[in-house]
Design a protein around this ligand. Structure first.
Ligand code: FAD
Length: 476
């Protein structure tokens, strides 16, 4: 057991930095950028925790992980107990430890944040989950009395996986239907290998399958089987099909060759492993100069992927300023280190092509910021006559996604709002049809992994209550 250090000493210590691949090396490979804490580094960081009597970090974590407790276990060098503690509230700790926005959630309310040195909670969570995986430590399952009721989950992203796992732990018979050939949702098809290795996603999904969750891939609900038909065979349904339909700028030239939606580009690169050429010969065209439109996490992922696939210059083109960039600070920092070229206050108005239909440039306007709009951010206003051309030969649209109507279209009585997202009761995730629940991006619009996880948990609790009180879709 590591020593408990005096409070004064804890306050003095700095955050243990995360070891990372050097930018000049990592732009040539798809290996993970942050390398993870060693055991010694994790203990050193964990020792800084003040173990507050009234810890704010637990409430700051949307999944309500008992953060001080798992950190205490790290100090005690009892990493297995630390892992089991996290598993009580989070089925995907190696994933959330990597991609959660800790700096806006648990870490921002850490008392040490006032000194600019919050505990690196995400890094510690990641350490614990990685240690458990490497040391073959698995979640302990209580003796489950199997129940006869069956629940169908549509979609295997973080919302679907969490709901499925929580219900399986309660003994229900759970089947996930997934449209793609691999489960994981955005965790496998969107977030690139260098931020979230797919072997880790696969491992955490396997752990969920071990609890008894069945996953059926290549099964598009709404095409192969409607939600209405599912309702004849299952007692309850959780809809977690994400918001994967791409949005475009609707400017001239978007149908030229080598203009991708971020989803298509990242699916080819990640899920279809275009990065692993020649082992996989998935077609993907990478220009010498790539432009990504947008500045969220998806845009950073696209621009950094283009660079790794061989683009000599990779631009981020964003209509607002650096201050309004919505991506995580860490991702922006990594992109800057890697040499991504940021073109702020820039609005693309036309993509230019040659006689063969290939992209040769992007016409843009300079912008200035006006008064705040409904989002609270200052409204970007085009400066008339400021047109200029960025020479590029590939464009990725990363300006957001929306709901695909295929699932909703096959679910009679399940109402959606004007954007096609399911309308749910905030407290239960119940849709407008009894017995059918929904959560994650298909309710919130493009959101975060942890909000999808929380929706899955809330829905699981409500489904349990519904089934326990004798409810069933099959009775209707
Ligand atoms: P999804 O993860 O989208 O999963 C939905 C699943 O449903 C998919 O597997 C899909 O194939 C399946 N499906 C869809 N239609 C059907 C159908 N008809 N039948 C059967 N299955 C269907 N969030 C963070 O917190 N941190 C990050 O760093 C971050 N980075 C991101 C990077 C990228 C490139 C993207 C695209 C998103 C990122 N996000 C990030 C957002 C986060 O990944 C999503 O908010 C989250 O994955 C939503 O989870 P979900 O379970 O609702 O949906």
């Amino acid at each position: 057991m590591a020593e408990m250090i005096p409070i004064k000493e804890r306050m003095k210590r700095n955050i243990v930095p995360m070891p990372e691949q050097k930018p000049q090396d990592r732009i040539h490979n798809f290996k993970e950028v942050p390398l993870g804490y060693t055991k010694e580094q994790a203990i050193h960081e964990a020792q800084r925790c003040l173990q507050c009597k009234v810890p704010k970090c637990i409430a700051g974590c949307p999944a309500e992980n008992n953060i001080p407790k798992f950190i205490e276990k790290i100090v005690e060098e009892n990493f297995a107990e630390a892992y089991l503690e996290i598993l009580k509230t989070d089925n995907l700790p190696a994933i959330t430890g990597r991609v959660c926005l800790q700096e806006e959630q648990c870490q921002v309310v850490c008392i040490l944040e006032k000194k600019g040195k919050p505990i690196a909670i995400g890094r510690l969570e990641r350490f614990v989950a990685d240690w458990a995986r490497e040391n073959n430590i698995h979640g302990k399952l209580p003796e489950i009395k199997r129940k006869s009721q069956k629940v169908a989950v549509v979609g295997s992203g973080p919302a679907g996986l969490t709901c499925a796992a929580d219900l399986a732990k309660l003994g229900y018979d759970i089947t996930i239907f997934e449209a793609l050939h691999k489960p994981g949702g955005v965790l496998v098809y969107g977030i690139p290998e260098f931020r979230l290795p797919k072997s880790i996603v696969k491992y955490e999904i396997n752990e969920i399958e071990k609890i008894g969750v069945k996953v059926i891939t290549n099964f598009v609900i709404g095409a192969i089987l409607s939600v209405d038909k599912l309702a004849q065979d299952f007692d309850a349904i959780f809809l977690a099909n994400g918001a994967g339909a791409p949005r475009f700028m609707n400017i001239p030239g978007e149908n030229l060759n080598d203009v991708y939606s971020a989803n298509e580009f990242l699916i080819r690169a990640n899920l279809m492993k275009a990065y692993s050429f020649p082992e996989y010969d998935t077609p993907i065209k990478i220009g010498k100069r790539a432009a990504t439109i947008g500045a969220g996490n998806v845009a950073m992922d696209s621009a950094c992927t283009a660079l790794r696939l061989g683009a000599e210059k990779s631009y981020i083109v964003y209509r607002r300023s650096r201050k309004e960039v919505p991506a995580r600070a860490e991702e922006v920092h990594h992109a800057e280190e890697e040499g991504i070229l940021f073109s702020f206050l820039t609005l693309p108005v036309k993509i230019l092509g040659d006689e063969k239909g290939n992209v040769i440039g992007m016409e843009c306007l300079n912008m200035e910021l006006g008064e705040p709009d409904e989002s609270g951010r200052r409204r970007p206003i085009p400066i008339a006559g400021s047109n200029f051309v960025i020479e590029v030969d590939m464009v990725v649209d990363a300006i957001g996604t929306s709901a695909n109507p295929i699932v909703a279209g096959s679910a009679t009585g399940v109402e959606t709002n004007k954007w096609g997202y399911f309308i749910v009761d905030e407290n239960t995730k119940a849709t407008t049809k009894e017995g059918i629940y929904a959560g994650g991006d298909i309710v919130r619009g493009s959101a975060t992994v942890i909000s999808a996880v929380v929706d899955g948990k809330v829905a699981a609790r409500a489904i349990d209550e519904f089934l326990n009180s004798g409810g069933s879709l099959r009775k209707k």
